[in-house]
Design a protein around this ligand. Structure first.
Ligand code: PLP
Length: 496
């Protein structure tokens, strides 16, 4: 049976999976959601013997029902290959009584690779299915991590081009180096003289410019987005929760049907929403533990029922979670509102206009699956150090937020349910913060690559390929432009 996707802001707007992936955002600003969550009707014995790729097929075919078996298997084969540094793709590590699901073995050593390595293939397949003749131009504004993961995913994928704008002085030196050294004839990276918000606004303007769309069409192009609200990023993220559960069973860590908790370091609410969908498919998950850093909008929401972004924005050592508007939360709010597009649109309009909304007591009932908490910067650092001292295992700052919140949850509730922690970045991606946490006196004076060597030594982990590559890589992208020149820059790249 075909699974249809509906807009969270308009009950009438319904599309197929491939159309939802192609469009990214629904008309009127809604997000696409599956009109039903398919059941995970496969025997656990069978699942426990599957590779990551086989598991991906079983999960994704239930959501992307208008893709043929061959199409989907092709996408999976092209995504989860030797770009990952382990055949397991997402290995499990047991440390200090919890199971860390390492989602950082892809080409940019952070969890966004899990979805962005397959999205380009899903998009191209979706374009073909819907008789789109144009080449797809991915336009992205980035504050660092997403840009590189998208570049790596789309590089050299036929019939696509990717253009990434980043604030010239607003990303870390490593992040910048990762982007400007990106190979691939179809990749374009531009620094703008402005901040992230200006980059984002410029990109959004181009997306909604009808005249530009026409010009593009004449030249054989159309825009698409690799943003985390694309359903083509959400569905691949459900896979690793199913895979991890099956592996825990295969390794004899849990009984058949035994419930586990899942902890997710959260920013845009995409990763934890994928875990929520996995639970709704029937995967035995008890609590979904939502971990925030000092930008604790979600913690406040879970404890009060009011979402309020009117607050000071904090820069933390877990920058990929420095977010005040968690876009994917809209999909949960829509569900809590009884899948009523009109009601959900009211909340989202309030968010747009006043920066806040409050859900009803009945809707709060639906949040019982979740527990939210946060860690301070000091707690995060102390956790990295403590875990290292106790076990020798080194985790990154984002993962440490999750581990810290898990500790708080256990103290508060005494719940001893076995627990999976989503480990979202390699410690090598945030070497400075990680090594400062372990011993700032000893390592504070070392240079960036000296620190990398030291981390490799103390953690007994090889320096990832992603870090080796940028060490001596050539700067290939030198374009810099003013905010007002973004559109002209795109036209120049596309020879329009
Ligand atoms: C993007 C990101 C997150 C947050 O994930 P969401 O799906 O946005 O909640 C957490 N950790 C790292 C390392 C990330 O890159």
């Amino acid at each position: 049976m075909e699974l249809i996707y509906a807009s969270t802001r308009n009950n009438e707007e319904k599309v197929t999976a491939s159309q939802a992936i192609l469009k990214g955002l629904a008309n009127g600003g809604g997000l696409y959601v599956p009109t039903a969550i398919p059941a995970l009707d496969i025997d656990l014995e069978k699942l426990s013997k599957m590779t990551y790729q086989e598991t991906a097929y079983e999960v994704m075919r239930r959501f992307l029902t208008d893709f043929t078996e061959e199409e989907l298997k092709n996408c999976i084969r092209n995504a989860y290959d030797s770009k990952f540094d382990t055949e397991e793709i997402a290995p499990l590590v047991k440390a200090d009584g919890a199971y860390y699901l390492e989602l950082f073995h892809g080409s940019t050593i952070a969890f966004k690779d899990m979805a962005l390595s397959i999205l380009p293939h899903l998009l191209i397949t979706a374009a073909r299915k819907n008789q789109v003749k144009n080449d797809i131009v991915i336009l992205t504004a980035t504050s660092g991590d997403t840009g590189k993961a998208a570049l790596a995913g789309f590089a050299n994928v036929d019939h696509t081009k990717i253009i990434v704008f980043y604030p010239k002085d607003g990303v870390s030196p490593i992040q910048k180096k990762q982007m400007v050294t990106q190979k691939g004839d179809n990749t374009y990276v531009v620094g703008i003289n402005g901040n992230f918000d200006q980059a984002q606004t410029g990109v959004k303007k181009m997306f909604s410019d009808g005249k530009l769309a026409q010009l593009m069409d004449q030249a054989g192009y159309q825009f698409s987005s690799a943003n985390s609200i694309n359903i083509g990023r959400l569905v691949p993220q459900i896979v690793y929760y199913v895979y991890a559960y099956a592996k825990l069973y295969a390794n004899g860590e849990i009984e058949k049907g035994e419930k586990i908790n899942v902890v997710v370091p959260t920013g845009n609410f995409g990763n934890i929403l994928a875990a929520f969908y996995a639970k709704n498919m029937g995967l035995p998950i008890a609590k979904l533990i939502c971990a925030s850093n000092e930008n604790k909008v979600l913690y406040d929401f879970f404890t009060t029922g009011t979402y309020d972004k009117n607050r000071e924005f904090r820069l933390t050592s877990s920058p990929s979670m420095d977010i005040l508007i968690s876009s994917n939360l809209e999909r949960l709010i829509y569900r809590l509102a009884g899948e009523d597009g009109e009601k959900n649109a009211e909340f989202m309009n309030a968010l747009g206009e006043e920066g806040r909304y409050e859900i009803t007591p009945e809707m709060r009932e639906g949040l019982k699956d979740f527990y939210g908490n946060y860690t301070t910067e000091e707690e995060t650092a102390a956790l990295i150090q403590g875990l290292y001292e106790k076990t020798g295992y080194v985790i990154d700052t984002h993962t440490a937020v999750a581990a810290g919140v898990y500790g708080k949850y256990k103290n508060e509730t005494g719940d001893n349910t076995k627990t999976l922690i989503a480990s979202t970045a390699s410690p090598f991606k945030f070497t400075r913060s990680v090594m400062d946490a372990i011993d700032s006196e000893k390592y504070g004076s070392l240079g960036d690559f000296e620190l990398v060597e030291k981390l490799s030594e103390i953690a007994n982990v090889k320096v990832p390929q992603a870090i080796e590559e940028i060490r001596n890589a050539e700067e290939l992208h030198k374009t810099v432009c003013e905010v007002e020149e973004m559109e002209d820059t795109v036209k120049k790249f596309l020879k329009m």
